[in-house]
Design a protein around this ligand. Structure first.
Ligand code: TRP
Ligand code: ZN
Length: 879
């Protein structure tokens, strides 16, 4: 195990770069087997670092074949190469004066399976440079605080690569001898190397011209493989909506004449905000009603928005170093969440979006914050930066940004944003710079708020209430604490904004001021609030809208929770009360009683409530979220309890489900808007329930829906319910589905994913694993395509709890084998899978011991990447 030797980068060790780059000219002759990159860089001593002036220049470079080096036009022999650096000595004037550096190097895109740097996907060239991929293209100061102007000449054989794209504006094209051609692209904005991009190949685009607020005309393009052109409309609409929204809400305009999105089938993440040339996983671009679900449509809208919003929050103002990643990611996730909420078109729609975002946070980020990889949204150390593109940096980061808005109001937040851009446009800055802009623009002291950046772990707020009926006095005491996390004990108190309201359930006449929502700011360890003239004991609705990313420790009575579930006028807390009830009952192994079932029935019948809200209110907490509530996790028991609870809901509410299945039909042409999607969601929840309650009748109805559906949402939902209920009809439907969509990789991913997440049957606990093993030998399976790998391997290990957590540990052995196999191909994808056993120490035996053995098996490998090594070592706790 190479474990403890691993190098770790420290936030506090930051030093400004000794040199800056002015103009950068790249000339790239694209050839899958041998791409020649010639760079010409204007190197300038960094005035900000005059004292620490360096007489050598250390450039990053990985997997490059070095060819030649010139300084000021003359060949230069004073340099050293290591596998990761090129160090240049004997600089002109000892590095005190500007000079021109010319380097020629070679890379091999067709052999690059890491999908970082320059690579080939389906015969076309693509790049991915964030975070440190540019160093796999050419020798460079590959760090975000070095911002340069790029002029890029691309050359390639025209017949094979007719389209040549890079950042910025197209300034020249030329036909060259021997069937080659070239294109010159110039990006007028200085940028860090991680925002560089090029694309070359056989691609086609849809385009549209728009006029922005200031009257400028902009060209928008979406580039895909020609057969996918009919699936680009929704992405284009999403882009236009995003541009309009950023103008209206923040006064931010598109700054380039041309903005391009390119879709690629092999991609490590969702998408990338390269300046003017966003590169997207096809999953977040391509959609048609026949092939994409409502969720796909919504995800595309939000990822298109996210990458577009990065143009200001990320590109114009970027990160000083990678420890500041949440500066751009937390802020941009917050912005895309707000955008999507605004697209919902109603207040209750906004609440649905909020619930979905919080559900994701609690299902994924809370476990991360409680596990061996726990880190603050601004980490202090890392071994491999790729491991820190986490739900903590992204989603908890967005919650932290949201708390500014909660504390300062929408207008105050906007003032802070305006000041942030006024101060820092064109700069590479820190999370503290953002916090100071928010504070200064509003004349507020936000110094305590910095703990949200420096401390890991989910804070816990303990709630105690007391009602003195005689004195008509209600007392609320809150105390906060935060669990220890790796390397961090004894946390300081956070600044916690809690939207709070007293709910009077029986129509008491109480003063309006007593009924109004107020914002409590918990800053001390313990604080008390006193409410006078309170005629009767209220029900407390606290942390409304999930105003702070905390765990509430509040022993609220079942009666009070039922009151909130039926009456709270904050839709989030209404949903929350229902989740809490269901959670307590499932963990106790109980099925719903008459009172709870009656509440469910009333919610399903309430004409005031959105179908989308009803669906969320009747969806049970995820198994992984339930794990977090247990001192010792028994995964099979939790699965069985949850299943029994759902069966009771299915049985006892059968007439309701039947009524809804009819009432929520959406006849006519498919529309992906939130209202129609909500109806389909509720209808398909009903279908699943009916299939549980009465399979004899409803398996046939499900098969009918599968066959007759005019859209993927309904077709896939019917198929999924048939498969998950082991209905005999599922066999024919699965076969039909594959045959129908065999040519569409994104739909084939759904086919793989559905089978990999299917829970095992009671008589064969190994059924899921057996199914997954069969899928791996299917001719359409591939270990090099991340989407396909995720649809089978990650889906099984992270999305099929009952199938993965087998008592004999065979699920974990499979995991260990796959982590090692994938690591040799693509370390980022392997490291993500490695995280599946993060929470091994909270599992009961025999699971825990089996997990430890699997982790040790991986740790024993001698060839682990830095990515996987960091995850495994932290999981085992050898720190
Ligand atoms: N900046 C991208 C985003 O959040 C994230 C990203 C895309 C990324 N591809 C990557 C990060 C590859 C690391 C490696 O939108
Ligand atoms: Zn992002």
């Amino acid at each position: 195990m190479k474990t403890d030797l691993a190098h770790s980068f420290q936030r506090l060790a930051y030093c400004p770069p000794p040199f800056l780059f002015g103009q950068v000219d790249l000339d790239i002759a694209l050839d899958p087997a041998k791409t020649i990159v010639k760079s010409r860089i204007e190197v300038l001593p960094n005035p900000a670092n005059a004292l620490a002036q360096a007489s050598s220049l250390i450039l990053h470079g990985i997997d490059l074949e070095f060819m030649s080096l010139r300084i000021n036009g003359t060949p230069h022999r004073h340099f050293e190469l290591t596998p990761e650096t090129l160090t240049i000595h004997s600089l002109p004037e000892d590095g005190a004066e500007p000079f021109t550096l010319e380097v020629i190097s070679i890379c091999v895109p067709e052999k690059n399976t890491s999908l970082m740097g320059l690579y080939v996907s389906n015969g076309n060239f693509f790049t991915q440079c964030e975070a440190e991929g540019f160093r796999k293209i050419t020798y460079f100061l590959d760090r975000p605080d070095v911002m340069a102007r790029y002029r890029v000449t691309l050359r390639a054989i025209k017949a094979d690569f007719p389209v040549l794209l890079a950042n910025g504006n197209l300034v020249a094209t030329e036909e060259l001898p021997n069937g080659w051609h070239s294109a010159v692209w110039e990006d007028p904005f200085p940028k860090p190397s991680y925002l560089f991009a090029l694309v070359a190949g056989k691609l086609a685009c849809i385009e549209e011209s728009i006029t922005t607020g200031s009257g400028a005309t902009k060209l928008l393009q979406i580039w895909v493989e020609p057969q996918d052109l009919p699936k680009t409309r929704h992405a284009m609409d999403s882009l236009i909506h995003s541009i309009r929204w950023d103008e209206a809400r923040y006064g931010l305009e598109l700054d380039l004449d041309r903005f391009m999105i390119v879709a690629v089938g092999d991609f490590n993440m969702g998408a990338m905000e390269n300046k003017g040339l966003n590169i997207f996983n096809t999953k977040y671009v391509l959609a048609q009603p026949e092939t994409a679900t409502d969720t796909d449509f919504a995800n595309i809208e939000s990822v298109v928005a996210h990458e577009y919003f990065h143009n200001w929050t990320g590109n114009r103002v970027t990160c000083r170093d990678w420890f500041q990643l949440s500066l751009k990611e937390g802020l941009t996730v917050f912005r895309d969440q707000e955008f999507s909420a605004d697209q919902m078109g109603s207040e209750s729609g906004r609440a649905v979006k909020r619930i979905e975002d919080v559900r994701l946070l609690r299902q994924l980020q809370f476990p991360e914050d409680a596990g061996p990889m726990a880190h603050p949204i601004r980490p202090d150390a890392y071994q491999e930066i790729n491991n820190f593109y986490t739900v903590t940096v992204y989603e908890k980061g967005a919650e932290v940004v949201r708390m500014y808005q909660t504390l300062l109001g929408i207008d105050g937040f906007r003032k802070g944003m305006d000041l942030y851009f006024a101060r820092h446009d064109g700069q590479a800055v820190t999370c503290d710079d953002f916090r100071m802009a928010m504070a200064d623009a509003n004349g507020r002291d936000l110094s305590q708020f910095q703990h949200w950046y420096s401390q890991a772990g989910t804070p816990r707020v303990r709630v105690q209430t007391h009602f003195d009926g005689k004195a008509q006095r209600y007392t609320l005491s809150l105390s906060q604490s935060c669990p220890d996390t790796p390397g961090q004990n004894n946390k300081k108190p956070f600044h916690i904004p809690l939207r709070t309201q007293l709910v009077f359930a029986h129509g008491e006449s109480v003063d309006q001021s007593l009924r109004a929502e107020r914002l409590l700011e918990l800053t001390d360890t313990t604080q008390t609030w006193v409410f006078d003239h309170v005629p009767s004991e209220p029900v407390l609705s606290i942390n409304r809208g999930f105003s702070a990313p905390i765990v509430l420790e509040f022993d609220q009575s079942e009666a009070d929770l039922l009151t909130l579930f039926t009456k709270d006028d904050d839709a989030f807390n209404r949903w929350e009360a229902g989740q809490k009830l269901a959670m307590q009952w499932i963990l106790a192994g109980r099925t719903p009683d008459a009172a709870l079932l009656e509440t469910y029935r009333l919610i399903l019948q309430d004409p005031q409530l959105d179908p989308a809200f009803k669906e969320l209110a009747l969806t049970l907490p995820a198994e992984t979220y339930l794990y977090e509530q247990c001192a010792s996790v028994e995964p099979q028991t939790i699965h069985a309890n949850r299943k029994a609870f759902r069966e009771a809901m299915a049985q006892h509410l059968q007439p309701e489900w039947q009524r809804l299945y009819e009432a929520m039909q959406t006849p006519g042409a498919f529309k992906p808007d939130a209202v129609s999607a909500g109806k389909r969601g509720l209808k398909n929840l009903a279908l699943g329930m009916l299939l549980i309650a009465n399979p004899a009748e409803w398996a046939e109805r499900a098969q009918q829906q599968y066959t007759l559906a005019n859209n993927m949402t309904d077709r896939y939902a019917a198929l999924a319910h048939l498969v998950q209920n082991n209905a005999p009809e599922s066999i024919a439907c699965l076969a039909d589905f594959y045959e129908r969509f065999a040519d569409d990789p994104l739909v084939v991913d759904k086919w793989f994913g559905l089978q990999a997440t299917c829970p095992p049957t009671p008589h064969n606990p190994a059924a899921s694993l057996e199914c997954v093993t069969t899928l791996l030998s299917h001719p359409a399976f591939s270990y090099t395509n991340p989407n396909r790998v995720r649809s089978v391997i990650h889906s099984y290990c992270m999305g099929n709890p009952a199938g993965f957590h087998m008592r004999d540990g065979r699920g974990y052995q499979f995991w260990a084998e796959m982590v090692q196999k994938l690591d040799a191909i693509n370390p980022q994808i392997a490291a993500r899978l490695a995280r599946a056993l993060d929470r091994w120490t909270v599992f009961a035996e025999p699971y825990q011991g089996q997990m430890q053995a699997a982790l040790q098996a991986v740790a024993a490998s001698k060839t682990l990447s830095a990515d996987v090594n960091e995850v495994i070592v932290k999981a085992l706790g050898n720190r």
